[in-house]
Design a protein around this ligand. Sequence first.
Ligand code: HEC
Ligand code: HEC
Ligand code: HEC
Ligand code: HEC
Ligand code: HEC
Ligand code: HEC
Ligand code: HEC
Ligand code: HEC
Length: 439
Amino acid sequence: MRIAGTLLVVALLWPWLAWAGLDPDAKGVGENADLWRPDPMHEYWDPGNLHRPETERVKGLFQGEACLECHRVVTPGIVKEWRTSRHALTKEPVLCPACHGEDHQKLSFPGPQTCGNCHPKRLAQMEEEKHYGFPSHALAMERAVDSKHFADKPKAEVAACLQCHSVASKCDSCHTRHRFDAAEARRPEACITCHSGPPHPDDEAFFASAHGQLYRQEGKRWDWSKPLAKGNYPAPTCAYCHMKDGNHQVADKAVWKFGIREINPQSAENLIKRKRWQVTCADCHPPEVGMEFFKKLDAERTQSWRQLYAVERLLKNLRSDGLLSPSAKERPPYPIDWLAKLFPKERIGFYEGQASAFYNVSAIERDYFELWYFFNLGAYKGMAHGAKELSEQFHERMGVQVEAIRNEAERLRGQTGAKKDLKPLWMEGDYTKFNLDYN
Ligand code: HEC
Ligand code: HEC
Ligand code: HEC
Ligand code: HEC
Ligand code: HEC
Ligand code: HEC
Ligand code: HEC
Ligand code: HEC
C-alpha cells in the first residue's frame, strides 16, 4: 500500500520534475514574458498559457467511461466529487473529456473559454467587466504579471500573487473542482480565500458588519440551493451584493473601487453605479437607508483623502530638500526599470507609481505606504461594508501613523548628516545579490 502510494506521488510529480529540469526555455506571460520563468505551480493558475500535458505515462484516446474506470483508481477523490456534481447528475452528463479532451498525451485544463462553450452567458458577463477597467476579475491576471515587482522578484517569493489573480483564468475559483457547486460560490467563504489581508480586508469588514454577524449566527440554516435573488436570503453575503442575481460581473457598481486613489463619486458614470447599489440595498431596506449610507461613505473617503494628501505633500517637500535617506540614487532600482536607472526618483503616492513603495525605500516612505495602502484601505473597506467600528479603529491607526510620520520628518529636518553612515540592509548580502541576479 505504502509503495503504491509513493509510486503514485512520484507519478504525479513527474511532469513537474521533467518541466523544471528539462525545459530551460520556458517563458512567462504578459508584458515581461521574456524576463521570468514560471514555477511548476503556475501551470495550474494560468492553464490556458502554461499547462504542459504529460505525455509519457498514459497513451491513447479514451471515451468518458474509460476515463472514469481508470481514474476511479488513480484519482478516486476527483471521480467521487464529479459524481455528486450537477455535471454528473444532469440528463446528458458532462464527462471528463468535455473539459480535458480525449487524447491523454494532449490533455488540457479548462479555462473560462472551455466552460463558456456551455455557459456562454456567464462567460460573457465576466468578459464585460473589461469595459469598467481595473480592478476586475477578468483583468486580474495581467494586472499581476505585468507588475514590475512580479517580474523582478524570485518566483518563489511572488508565487502567491497568482493564487489570487488566477481568478481571471479559472472559473473554478469560486465553485471549486470537481463539484462546481453554485451553492458553494454563494457563501462568503468562496470569496475570502482571496479577499483578505491588509490591502483588502473585505473578510474582516464583512464579518464585523450587521450582515456578517447575521450570517455567522444563522447562515447554517439558510437554504443555499436558492439563487441570490430578492426574498431568498434574510441577509446578504459578498456575492449577493456584488454579483446580484448571479451576474458574473463584479465591476459594474464599483465607485471607490480598490480605494487607493481619490475619485469623484458624483461623476455621471458613478451616479449610475450608485443607483445600481441603491437598487441592491432596496431588496431589503427602505430607499433612505441606501441614500444615507453612501453619503456617509463619500464623506469618510473625502476626509481620509484630505489627510493623505497632507502627508503626501510633506514627503514631497522632504524629497525636494534632499532629506530622504537613503535616496533613490543610493538604492538599487528594479532591475527591469530602465527609466528609474536613468532618472532615479523617490516615487510618492499613487500617480508616481505604487510599485516603488513595496520595498527598497526609506523608513518614512514605507510608513507613508502603510498609512495609505493598509490603514486607509482598512478604513474604507470597514465603512463600505457597514462595519463602522472597524473603520474607526483604522482611522485611529491612521492618526497614530500620521503623527509618527510628522515626528520623523521633524527629526530628518533637524539632523546633521549622521544617518548617512548606516548601510541599508538591501544594498548587500546574499538575498539582495540573488534578487538582483535572478528572478
Ligand atoms: C489507464 C488509466 C487512465 C485512463 C484510461 C485515463 N487516465 Fe488520466 N491519468 C492517469 C494517470 C496515471 C494520471 C497521472 C499521470 C501523470 O500525471 O503522470 C492521469 C492524469 C490525468 C490528468 C492530469 C494531467 C496533468 O497534467 O496533471 C487529467 C486531467 C486526466 N488524467 C484526465 C483523463 C481523461 C479526461 C481521460 C479520458 C479521456 C483519462 N484521464 C483517462 C490514468 C488514466
Ligand atoms: C466541468 C469541467 C471538468 C470536468 C467535467 C472534469 N474536470 Fe478535471 N479539472 C477541471 C478543472 C477546472 C481543473 C483544474 C485546472 C487548473 O488547475 O487550472 C481540473 C483538474 C483535473 C486534474 C488535475 C489534478 C487536480 O489537482 O485536480 C485531474 C487529474 C482531473 N481534472 C481529472 C478529471 C477526471 C478524471 C474527470 C472525470 C471524472 C474530470 N477531471 C472532469 C475541470 C473538469
Ligand atoms: C459540455 C458542456 C459543459 C461544460 C464544458 C461545462 N459545463 Fe457546467 N454545466 C453543464 C450542464 C449541462 C449543467 C447542468 C445544468 C442544469 O442541470 O441545469 C452544468 C452546471 C454547472 C453549474 C451549476 C451547478 C449547480 O450547483 O447548480 C456550474 C457552477 C457549472 N456548470 C460550472 C462549470 C464550469 C466552471 C465549467 C468549466 C470548468 C463548466 N461548468 C463546464 C454543462 C457544461
Ligand atoms: C481566486 C481569488 C478570488 C476569488 C475567489 C474572488 N476574487 Fe474578487 N478579486 C480577486 C482579485 C485578484 C481582484 C483584483 C483584480 C485586479 O487586480 O484587477 C478581485 C476584484 C474583485 C472586486 C473589485 C472590482 C472593482 O471594480 O473594484 C470585487 C467587487 C470582487 N473581486 C468581488 C468578489 C466576490 C464577491 C467574490 C466571491 C463571490 C470574489 N471576488 C472571489 C480575486 C478573487
Ligand atoms: C490574497 C489574495 C491576493 C494576493 C496574494 C495578491 N493579490 Fe493583488 N489583489 C487582490 C485583490 C482581492 C485585489 C482587489 C482589491 C479591491 O478591489 O479591493 C488586488 C489588487 C491588486 C492590484 C490593483 C489592481 C488595480 O487595478 O488597482 C494589483 C496591481 C495587484 N493586486 C497585484 C498583485 C501582485 C503583484 C501580487 C503579488 C506580489 C498580488 N497582487 C498578490 C488579491 C491578492
Ligand atoms: C467570483 C466568483 C465566481 C467566479 C469566478 C465564477 N462564478 Fe459562477 N457562480 C458564482 C456564484 C455566486 C453563483 C451563484 C449565482 C446565483 O445564486 O444566482 C454562480 C453560479 C454559476 C452557475 C450556476 C447556474 C447559473 O447560471 O446561475 C454557472 C453555470 C456558473 N456559475 C458558471 C461559471 C463560469 C462559466 C465561470 C467562469 C467564466 C464562473 N462561473 C466563474 C460565482 C462565481
Ligand atoms: C451589503 C452589501 C455588501 C456585502 C454583503 C459585501 N459588500 Fe463589498 N462592497 C459593498 C459596497 C457598498 C462597497 C463600496 C462600493 C463603492 O464604493 O462603490 C463595497 C466594496 C467592495 C470592494 C471594492 C470594490 C468595489 O466594488 O467597490 C470589494 C473588493 C468588496 N467590496 C468585496 C467584498 C467581499 C469579498 C465581501 C464578502 C466578504 C463583500 N464585499 C460583502 C457592499 C457589500
Ligand atoms: C438580503 C437583505 C439585505 C440586503 C440586500 C441588504 N441588507 Fe442591510 N441589513 C439586512 C438585515 C437583515 C440587517 C440587520 C437588521 C437588524 O439588525 O435588525 C441589516 C442591517 C443593515 C444596517 C444596520 C447596521 C446596524 O449596525 O444597525 C445597515 C446600515 C445596512 N443594513 C445597510 C445596507 C446597505 C447599504 C445595503 C446595500 C449595499 C444593504 N444593507 C443590503 C438585510 C439586508
